[in-house]
Design a protein. Structure first.
Length: 304
């Protein structure tokens, strides 16, 4: 029995067609990776700028709102960091589960929107301790959520292995660049503002949020296809938002994992982000460092 010629020709063309389709899909995946990575670099830069562009101004406003009581100002800012850590843990866990079912792109917008709101609140209510505390807490929670949690999740959707490691290292360079640029921009603004008008630097935070929002809308593609989206499980999402779930690491985790988590946690406690507010008060109010000196110190940290 001989196979008809038209069937044989179809079978001969099939491998070529499959190869062409595979190459096309491969090109599309590579293009998607490059587009996402470029957009992620932009949103990461704006997120870091949002963290550091008011690094000197914010402690000044807290000091003024607390009527010169440095102890109270330091305590209030420390409470904001602690509250942002606890609430951020719940937002990150719940929001991460939600993004698995709804997609990543929309969640990139939360951070920039929070930055715009935070900048407007700090600018308009710079004399209110409560308003400044709320502004700082909201900015910390959602900037970290959009810039780190969602951004890294999107990167893992597209990259694996060595490719992921290379891109993460490049993101580290973008973070350093942001830490360098933020204090420089703030320093330029402060030099042009007289004492008592420091709140105007928060307009730069609003502009940063607008830039981040524009990047999230135009430069970030969706990284999860419809068939890969998971069905949202509310009970599982609520359970994952439990801030005390980390205890399972010490009750069910292996010894190497316990040691690694403990070491990482202790390192985080003395990280620049955790110590910055106290450091700013100490440098400005006790060491009497100039604005340029503080700017150079922070920019030097970003360089390293």
């Amino acid at each position: 029995f001989r196979c008809p010629s038209y069937i044989r020709s179809d079978y001969q063309l099939a491998p070529e067609a499959m190869q062409s389709t595979a190459e096309k899909e491969s090109e599309e995946v590579v293009a998607l990776k490059e587009r996402y990575f470029k957009g992620f670099c932009i949103t990461t830069l704006t997120a870091v700028l949002a963290h550091v562009i008011n690094i000197q101004t914010e402690p000044i406003l807290f000091r003024n709102a607390c009527r010169g009581d440095l102890g109270r100002a330091a305590k209030t800012m420390s409470l904001c960091n602690a509250l942002a850590g606890v609430l951020g843990l719940m937002v990150n866990s719940f929001g991460g589960k939600l993004s698995d079912s709804q997609g990543r792109k929309m969640f990139f917008m939360l951070g920039p929107l929070a930055q715009i709101f935070s900048g407007m609140l700090s600018f308009s209510c710079s004399g209110s301790e409560f308003a400044l505390a709320a502004s700082k807490t909201i900015r910390l929670i959602f900037t970290t959520f959009s810039g780190t949690v969602i951004g890294t999740a999107g990167l893992r959707d597209l990259c694996q292995g060595q490719d992921l490691a290379v891109k993460v290292s490049k993101i580290g360079s973008v973070i350093g660049l942001g830490i360098m640029l933020g204090p420089v921009i703030e320093g330029i603004l402060l030099k042009r503002l007289s004492a008592g008008r420091e709140r105007f630097t928060f307009l730069a935070l609003i502009a940063t949020g607008c830039a981040g929002l524009a990047a999230a809308l135009t430069a970030i593609p969706e990284t999860i296809s419809e068939e890969k989206k998971r069905k949202f499980n509310l009970s599982a999402a609520v359970a994952s938002a439990n801030p005390f779930a980390f205890v399972n690491i010490y009750t069910k985790g292996t010894m190497p994992i316990r040691k690694m988590v403990t070491i990482t946690s202790l390192q985080t406690m003395i990280d620049g982000k955790a110590m910055n507010d106290l450091g700013q008060i100490w440098m400005r109010e006790h060491l009497k460092m100039s604005m340029e000196g503080i700017r150079n110190f922070v920019s030097g940290f970003g360089t390293l």
